[in-house]
Design a protein around this ligand. Sequence first.
Ligand code: COA
Length: 262
Amino acid sequence: MDYQALQLDIADGIATIWMNRPDRHNAFDETLIAELDDAFRRLDDDPHTRVIVLGGRGKSFSAGADLNWMRRAAGYTVEENLRDARALAATLRSIDRAHKPTIARIHGAALGGGTGLACVCNVAIATTEASFATTEVKFGIVPATIGPYVVRAIGERNAYRYFLTAERFDANEARRIGMVHDVCAPDDLDGRVHAIASSLLIGGPRAQFAAKQLIHSLVHRAVDEVVIEETAQCIANLRATPDAKEGIAAFLEKRPPGWLEV
Ligand code: COA
């Protein structure tokens, strides 16, 4: 498995997928999204893997969508934008539908899509210095493809606050609202993740898959094809709007967006 933007470690039934764009805080573009999808699918089929851990190399877990890529996407056709948005929605679904238990190992920034990746994994462990936010509205877009998983984790009430304010919050607040299960000191992160993974190794793999299916069938609204397609359409339509162009350009040019001046 030769990846450009990922590294894999597999030991004792525990596979760790490392997002590996540290100079971009593991922001994801087409390549990283496609590779994540491929890695989750392969590891889900790999008989030597029982538990899949997702982490980030460098200072952050993930700074979400690569804003350079989002800026390029504003110039894409509607069809190209939809294909792109569907690819991210499909990757999130591959993680969500993995038969094997998944753990998010979160340190540093988990922003935008990074928050989505934290929520889509079955268990999330964060360090005391981790920070979270659904920052999308600051860039004139919305947390669309990650929306089903974030709302599922934190509930409608918290989603209204954080989707609309784009406030940053810390790991303790993330635990309070149900985004992460556990918070630990940075030096303890690998130990905590290993302890959870070890607990997961104890359960029967088919039973764990059945438990995941059961939970899925019990949730208020399953993340079905209709929801997936709605979220892809939603982000694809928003990317080329004036607010999205301005918000993304302002970030990349290190200046406040125009709407702050009114
Ligand atoms: N897309 C593209 N590039 C990004 C990025 C993103 N999502 N997040 C960070 N980067 C880049 C920065 O532009 C910067 O590039 P440069 O070295 O060419 O100037 C580099 O990563 C380092 O980021 P910087 O902001 O200088 O580091 P920091 O430690 O002060 O802050 C973050 C790190 C992640 C907290 C900050 O960059 C940030 O808030 N990023 C935006 C995250 C976000 O809201 N993502 C959701 C998008 S929908």
